[in-house]
Design a protein around this ligand. Structure first.
Ligand SMILES: N[C@@H](CCC(=O)N[C@@H](CS)C(=O)NCC(=O)O)C(=O)O
Length: 219
């Protein structure tokens, strides 16, 4: 059986790391977590430490040890795709081809988009912060995300975006956290979806780890 190690950044801040953590947790496979402190400038800096694990110089990274070899998968969406392929029973992509196409499109939209949202509302998992004055583009991105979630939930019937919890939910989980942190106004359907995501055991365990980082003064 393969041994998984997931290399992640500081849990309170690393939105990219949260996604594969949720997807890997959903497979039920055992895994170890290695945490690298983000925003460390002194040697060994964050960059030095990440480079010990991946030449791409970014977290998250999944290491798959099997048959005497270790395969590195870097990039959050690539890790999720790899897990979907290796754990078909986890249903990380919907079984229905049309829903799967929508789930893929939405995940890719999240992966490559929403620069203003990322810039103005960075993930700060455990804190509650005032909503800054939003640029027009940020407001539009917040509206687009809510519209996309409502459409997906209506299309699939829920409880998650495409039925059971999957990659699209994992990709958007950091946005759920951001909406919560900054008290973004959301519709009742979006609020209910956010509560379902926040209640996931894997989200709770991420929250506990992030709280410990904040209490220790490292996040
Ligand atoms: N496209 C990448 C982005 C990963 C990324 O930007 N990771 C940030 C942390 S959340 C990072 O490694 N920052 C460390 C640095 O830039 O030194 C992915 O999806 O995994």
């Amino acid at each position: 059986m393969a041994g998984y190690t997931l290399v992640v950044g500081t849990r309170n801040w690393s939105s990219w790391s949260l996604r594969p953590f949720l997807a890997l947790s959903a497979t039920g496979a055992p895994f170890e977590t290695v945490v690298i402190r983000l925003r460390e400038k002194e040697h060994p800096s964050t960059r030095d430490r990440i480079l010990e694990h991946s030449p791409a110089g970014k977290v998250p990274v999944l290491k798959i040890a099997e048959e005497g070899d270790t395969t590195l998968v870097w990039d959050s969406l690539a890790i999720c795709e790899t897990l979907a392929e290796r754990h078909p029973q986890a249903g990380l992509w919907p079984a229905d081809a049309r829903l799967r196409a929508q789930a893929r499109a939405l995940s890719a939209e999240m992966h490559s988009g929403y620069p203003d949202l990322r810039d103005q509302l960075p993930m700060d998992f455990v804190r509650h912060l005032p909503l800054p004055e939003l640029r027009e583009a940020t407001g539009q991105q917040i509206q687009r995300i809510q519209q996309a979630w409502e459409e997906a939930l209506a299309l699939s019937g829920g409880p998650f975006l495409f039925g059971r919890f999957g990659i699209a939910d994992a990709m958007f989980a950091p946005v759920v956290s951001r909406f919560d942190t900054y008290g973004v106004t959301v519709s009742p359907a979006v609020r209910a979806y956010m509560e379902r995501i926040m209640a996931l055991p894997a989200m709770q365990s991420w929250a506990t780890a992030a709280q410990e980082e904040v209490a220790a003064g490292i996040a």
